[in-house]
Design a protein around this ligand. Structure first.
Ligand SMILES: Cc1cc2nc3c(=O)[nH]c(=O)nc-3n(C[C@H](O)[C@H](O)[C@H](O)COP(=O)(O)OP(=O)(O)OC[C@H]3O[C@@H](n4cnc5c(N)ncnc54)[C@H](O)[C@@H]3O)c2cc1C
Length: 62
């Protein structure tokens, strides 16, 4: 549950950072795009968010 919550929060936060920085946030000349990719991948490795949700649902007997 912690892995799901924290990585999804990191993804949303990094996306907001990119949005705030506009074009500079997207450009590879600046580190923001790297921060977003680094945040997004945490929702993929070590069990994707979808799989985490499946595991949580199964654990709760849903
Ligand atoms: C940078 C990086 C480092 C990694 N390091 C390691 C490592 O050290 N050791 C290791 O073993 N692996 C590692 N991996 C692999 C990683 O664990 C897998 O990428 C991850 O498990 C997802 O598997 P997949 O890429 O085959 O995606 P898929 O399983 O093909 O999933 C594709 C999409 O379908 C969704 N999906 C799949 N099945 C279901 C389902 N049943 N219900 C709902 N949605 C589903 C997924 O959530 C995802 O959105 C790494 C990956 C990356 C990107």
């Amino acid at each position: 549950m912690v892995k799901l919550a924290t990585t999804e929060l990191a993804k949303r936060t990094a996306l907001e950072g990119m949005q705030i920085m506009g074009g500079y946030g997207y450009a590879s000349e600046y580190p923001m795009e790297r921060y977003l990719r680094s945040a997004v991948v945490t929702t993929i490795f070590g069990g994707t968010s979808e799989i985490q949700k499946n595991i949580i649902a199964k654990t709760l007997g849903l």
